[in-house]
Ligand binder design. Sequence first.
Ligand code: GLC
Ligand code: CA
Length: 557
Amino acid sequence: MEKKWYRTMSVYQIWTRSFCDSNGDGIGDLPGVLSKLDYIESLGVNGIWFSPIYPTPNADYGYDISDYMNINPEFGTLEDFKKILDEAHKRGMKVFMDLVINHTSDEHEWFKESSKSADNPYSDYYIWRKGRGKKKPNNWLSVFEGSAWEYNKNRDEYYLHVFAKKQPDLNMDNPKVRDEVKKIMRFWLDMGVDGFREDVITFISKAEGLPNGFPLPVATGVEHYKHGPHLEEYLREFRDVQNEYDCFAVGEGPMTSVKDAVKFCTEGKDKLLDMMISFDHMNADCFMADWVKTPFNLRKLKSAMSTWQNEMYGKGWNCLYIENHDHARVIDRYGSPKYRRESGKMLAAMYLLQWGTPFIYQGQEIGMGNIRLDRVGDYKDVLTFNNYRLFSKLLHYSDEKFLDLAAKVSRENARTPVQWNSEKNAGFTTGEPWFKVNENYREINVEAQENDPDSLLNFYRKLIAYRRGNDLVVYGKYKEYYHSSSDLYVYERKRKNERLLVICSFREKPVKFKAPVNYDLSRGEVVFSNYKDCPIDGNGFVTKPYEVRVYHFMDNN
Ligand code: GLC
Ligand code: CA
């Protein structure tokens, strides 16, 4: 496996609005990020991915862009951004932008023009269709709200929006649109940006004729755009531009199978993306979508992770993550808030020692948790409101019942302000925060964990440092043991004469662990653990709640 800079990198994801507010308006901003660069560097990461920071009317908090070549004035200016870029580079950190090109905001100039008439330079920038009599052009449903079609009087036509109404899909079949995308990429790459996270990139090519979706259980139509006929062709065009620069691209692919991901990411001249954001391992406590909650199932998690580890190995590269701005906090999902520190450490080691480039989401490193809001009106996100409509109308949920569910599954759980210290508003802002601060900030905050050598924060630092430049962790082969256990996740990393054995308990109750036959625990060195003592009994041990142990072995000595 070739050594490339992104392979030894760890990336910190910033969702700016909730990161750090510098001017007291309650909204996180770029000067706030700048003031925390030393902190980010202290984590040991060498990359920053910004969720969208472009001008936006906030229908989807930045994923609805109204100008691709500027900065959201709520966050600052291009000058503020250039300063961050410069300072990050000085610290040896790369900077990645979120490239959202499946759709724009309906307040983007292109859409404003496009919706005026069927014969202007922007008419074909979006996907416009006549209705079928009184009916919409087809039966597709949007991911965020009702039908995927919205009527426009000027044109007497409907436009397609796979996401919110205010997020019209671009017509990528139009070469002019693809040229615009290339211009946008060059704009940021020429400025010095080091690459992109490409938002729902697998959705950009829609099936010819936009056929009706398969009507079971509801016709979303997703089968007609999740990996459309021209996807690879368009990705090729974009990659050719990227290849003129020393940059990297990670693609977000909801529902993308590992087989397709291997196709996109395999090394060589045909490579389209450096890695894919998989969703499979984020479904271990739900059915297909976060809102269809099921009990946590460790075997589901292990299957998903092992599949990507094994299938991609030696071909492309993996993207490792357990949190981002689209999912509830992971300790509340896969760990235990009662054992926040212990299970937080276990989850960190579980994924950070796998094969791929790890991403860490703001607040994850201190174990921030989910939030229970008192009123539906305290939520801010189109996806939450869509689910409110569905659950209250179709399933007759009371507000209380809905709020209980949302506190477990809403992605807004991950969007509460970062908890910096135990002062007012957790040190996030001196003003009125745009979103409620989690009340547990007095116990869970960066400052408290800075001062505690045993904190989750410092555990993250140690893990990230351990990965860096460690060929065993970066390149070693992955192998899972005890696959059928529903309590333990055990895997090995192996390279030349070195091995790591990672043992994670996902249970509070004691679980008996016995080392695999080819291991002698007494000859290993414990390099990570979340309890002080690591006694062994025979060639194994009985786990403490959410215990993790990582053993390092040097063979043939
Ligand atoms: C991606 C983003 C998500 C956004 C959606 C539509 O899944 O991560 O936050 O809402 O795309 O752009
Ligand atoms: Ca601000």
